[in-house]
Design a protein around this ligand. Structure first.
Ligand SMILES: [Zn+2]
Length: 317
C-alpha cells in the first residue's frame, strides 16, 4: 500500500508542500533547549533573534538550502510563508521570490507573507502594502492582531480583492474549544465575496467542538468554498490539559472535511526551527501521520491531498 502511494504521488508530479516557513528552516541550533520547549505564542516573539541577525543573503542562503532539501525529498511545488514585519522588512520575501525565479525549472516556489506583528500597526502598513503586491498569496495570522481580528482579516481580504490574490489564514491552531476561527473565516469569506479564494491553515480546534457544531461549520465552509491545509505534525505535540472536549487527535479533522467534499491539501509547516527542532520536512512522514490519525486508507484520496489539491489551494492549474 505504502509503495503504491509513493509511486502514484511521483507519477502525479511529486509532492506539493502547501504550507511551510522556509525563511527560518534550519535555525533550531540558535535556541536553547529551554526555549524550544516554550509555548507557540512565546515563540512568535523568540524568532526575532534570528530575524535581527539575518541580512538579505542569510535569508537567501537559508531558503535556497531548504528548497534543495525539499527537492531531495520529492517535493516539486512549495508555498513558503515568509516573515514580513518591521524586524525582517521585505528581505525574506524578496529573497524567496528571487530563488523561485532562479530555480523555476526545478521547482515551483510560491511566497505568502507571515504577519507575526499583525497588519494594523502603523509601522507595518507601508511594508504590508508592498508585500501584498509582491507575494503570490496573501498570508494572515489574525492572532497577531489580538482583539482586532475582524479589522485584520478585513484588511487582508480587501488587499486580496485589490491585487486579485488568494488568501491563506492560520486559524484554530491551539486545539481548544475556546476557538471558533474556522467558522469565523468562512463567514468573513462570504461577507467579502471571496468564495473559493480562501484557505484555512490548520483548523485543529474545529475537532474540539461537538459533532452538531462541526457539521454546521462544514456547511458554511461549503458555501464559502473554503479549502484547507493540514500540517499533521504541527500540533501533535499539543500539551495535555484539564479542560474537557470531545475526544480527538490534535490534528485537522480531515476525514470529516473530505466526507463533506471540502478540498484538503497538506504542508510541512516548520522545518528544523525553534518551533519544531526535529521536523525534517519529509512530506511522506506528514502524509502517513495524517492517514494514521484520521484513518484515511483511500490511496487516490491521499494522492490528491499530496499533489493536485495542493495546486488547487495555491491557485496553480
Ligand atoms: Zn504556518
Amino acid at each position: 500500500m505504502l509503495e503504491e502511494l509513493r509511486k502514484k504521488i511521483e507519477a502525479n508530479g511529486g509532492f506539493v508542500n502547501a504550507h511551510s516557513h522556509l525563511d527560518r528552516a534550519n535555525t533550531a541550533r540558535f535556541f536553547s533547549k529551554e526555549e524550544q520547549y516554550k509555548f507557540l505564542e512565546e515563540k512568535w516573539k523568540l524568532v526575532d533573534r534570528i530575524k535581527n541577525n539575518s541580512n538579505y543573503w542569510d535569508y537567501y542562503t537559508r531558503i535556497d538550502q531548504a528548497v534543495s532539501e525539499q527537492l531531495e525529498k520529492g517535493v516539486t511545488t512549495i508555498c513558503t510563508f515568509v516573515d514580513v514585519d518591521p524586524v525582517t522588512s521585505s528581505k525574506a520575501y524578496i529573497a524567496a521570490r528571487e530563488i523561485g525565479e532562479k530555480r523555476k525549472f526545478d521547482v515551483t516556489l510560491l511566497t505568502a507573507m507571515q504577519t507575526l506583528k499583525g497588519v494594523l500597526d502603523p509601522n507595518c502598513q507601508t511594508l504590508m502594502r508592498n508585500a501584498a503586491a509582491g507575494v503570490n498569496i496573501l498570508g494572515s495570522l489574525p492572532g497577531a492582531d489580538k482583539g482586532r481580528e475582524d479589522e485584520h482579516i478585513d484588511w487582508v481580504m480587501n488587499a486580496a480583492k485589490k491585487y486579485k490574490k488568494r488568501v491563506h489564514v492560520h486559524v484554530d491552531q491551539l486545539n481548544t474549544p475556546k476557538e471558533k476561527e474556522t467558522e469565523w473565516l468562512a463567514r468573513k469569506t462570504i461577507e467579502h465575496g471571496l468564495e473559493g479564494k480562501v484557505t484555512a491553515v490548520h483548523s485543529i480546534s474545529l475537532a474540539c467542538h461537538p459533532v452538531a457544531y462541526r457539521k454546521e461549520v462544514y456547511k458554511i465552509c461549503q458555501d464559502a468554498g473554503l479549502s484547507f491545509i493540514t500540517c499533521p505534525g504541527a500540533w501533535i505535540d499539543h500539551p495535555r490539559r484539564e479542560d474537557l472536549a470531545p475526544i480527538h487527535n490534535a490534528i485537522t479533522p480531515v476525514d470529516e472535511l473530505l466526507a463533506h467534499d471540502l478540498v484538503v491539501a497538506i504542508g510541512s509547516d516548520n522545518i528544523y526551527d525553534v518551533y519544531k527542532p526535529f521536523a525534517d520536512g519529509d512530506m511522506m512522514f506528514e502524509l502517513r501521520l495524517l492517514l494514521e490519525a484520521c484513518k484515511i486508507y483511500d490511496v487516490d484520496e491521499l494522492v490528491k491531498i499530496a499533489t493536485t489539491n495542493g495546486k488547487k489551494v495555491l491557485g496553480i492549474r
